[in-house]
Design a protein around this ligand. Structure first.
Ligand SMILES: NC(=O)c1ccc[n+]([C@@H]2O[C@H](COP(=O)([O-])OP(=O)(O)OC[C@H]3O[C@@H](n4cnc5c(N)ncnc54)[C@H](O)[C@@H]3O)[C@@H](O)[C@H]2O)c1
Length: 396
């Protein structure tokens, strides 16, 4: 059992976007609900949530009490809130000082804040899980890499697609396809999400950091040491988000990455497109990829599992309970097998195990998505942003 602090109380943690239940596929949130369930299973001890404004916890508690408890009757949704009163951007530091070193910290705040909060949590001796994109710059990645190694702590990236059984199977098959040749991925969110992300979209992060991060990570994981990226060229589409938010912000970003297979020298290409101006459809998020190797190819449409549901309330939907299964069974949460849940539970279990066996860290750094093996993802994402800003190909 391990105590957990979650920094950030937005959509992914609580299901609340701007004080209202999100109009997304996550109106119950992912992180807090999963942790409440893990606490009921004896995996987690105290749960702390840190935001920036104490007054926001009133709506968080109300949302948990009314919405979560109406679905899962016996769920204990209690937590300790930071700041205790008023506004404080660094309330998470007070929470850190109330915790024992070796506890767990999860960071689900806007992308540009991940570095500082992760550094402070490592300095305080905590194991850390950070939402994708881990950090925005290679230099930040390297600082955290060194710090986590020096302190002997786990710093894991929350990339739940790795825990999807079909994506994971595709990655295993890719190992048998010989040299890498071509990859294309697409991921989108509906334009209503631009309201949820109005505080930071186009200011401190962009849609490529936010969504391309998923499939860039997946490709880097699949490729391992077989090939290396040599250049990145990014292009954008505009005209919708800038009108909605009243500032410069791309609607859609495409990264074109040139790769080279290490042994043969053969070239390969990956193309990653992410958008947040999709219209409403049968799914919240389109998400798919196609991979071609020299000896085989694989295609996965993660949004369409051949499972459709229609109701008078919500109309026609393609359901994906493999991510988060919210439908209760006998009044209880029954989503422990979802890959959204598993990603968090794997971190909690690994961080707990490290307290008894610190020597497990090397193995975790080999098999889990950690700061020690995800530098290539950060290099590609940062190069994409620089390519847009500098309007040129970025050599890596
Ligand atoms: N929404 C999703 O589907 C999703 C999925 C996976 C990962 N993520 C990642 O999770 C992170 C948060 O996303 P979200 O959708 O919850 O965003 P959000 O905008 O709904 O919430 C962000 C939260 O962080 C808080 N915050 C900002 N600075 C803070 C600080 N210094 N201390 C404490 N809290 C602070 C904000 O007040 C807000 O509550 C992002 O990095 C995102 O990429 C989101």
């Amino acid at each position: 059992m391990i105590d957990v602090l979650v920094v950030g109380i937005g959509e992914y943690v609580t299901g609340l976007a701007q004080q209202k239940a999100a109009q997304s596929d996550k109106s119950f949130g992912v992180v807090a609900l999963s942790l409440f369930d893990m606490r009921s299973r004896g995996l987690v001890g105290n749960i702390r949530l840190a935001g920036r404004d104490a007054s926001r916890f009133e709506s968080v508690r109300h949302h948990f009490e009314t919405n979560l408890k109406s679905a899962y009757t016996d769920l204990d949704t209690s937590f300790e809130a930071y700041p205790k009163s008023g506004r404080n951007d660094e309330a998470y530091k007070e929470a850190l000082s109330d915790m024992k070193p070796g506890s767990a910290v999860m960071i689900f705040t806007p992308d540009d804040t991940h570095f500082t909060i992760a550094r402070d949590a490592l300095e305080a001796g905590m194991h850390v899980l950070v939402a994708k994109p881990l950090v925005k710059r290679v230099q930040e990645h390297q600082i955290l890499m060194d710090l986590a190694a020096k302190k002997g702590l786990l710093l894991m990236l929350e990339v739940h697609k790795r825990f999807d059984p079909i994506y994971a199977d595709a990655v295993d098959r890719i190992q048998t396809f010989g040299d890498f040749s071509y990859f294309v991925s697409y991921m989108s969110q509906p334009k209503s999400q631009l309201n949820t992300f109005a505080a930071w979209a186009g200011i401190s992060s962009d849609i490529s950091y936010y969504l391309n991060s998923h499939h860039v990570d997946l490709l880097c994981w699949a490729i391992g040491e077989k090939a290396k990226p040599i250049s990145v060229y990014a292009t954008s589409a505009t005209g919708v988000a800038d009108k909605k938010l009243g500032r410069k912000v791309e609607d859609t970003i495409t990264l074109t990455v040139q790769w080279e297979n290490i042994k043969s020298g053969a070239l390969a290409t990956s193309v990653h497109t992410a958008s947040w101006i999709a219209p409403p459809s049968d799914v919240h998020s389109q998400q798919r990829f196609f991979y071609m190797g020299h000896n085989g190819e694989v295609r996965v449409d993660q949004a369409h599992r051949g499972y459709t549901v229609s109701t008078d309330t919500n109309g026609f939907q393609s359901a994906n309970p493999l991510f988060m299964k919210y439908t209760p069974r006998d009044g209880k949460f029954a989503g422990q097998e979802g890959y959204g849940y598993k990603s968090l539970a794997t971190f909690v279990e690994s961080a707990s195990a490290l307290r008894d066996n610190p020597s497990n860290l090397a193995e975790y750094n080999r098999i889990l998505p950690t700061i020690q093996n995800t530098l290539t993802t950060t290099r590609i994402l940062e190069a994409g942003r620089r390519s847009l800003d500098e309007k040129r190909i970025i050599e890596l």
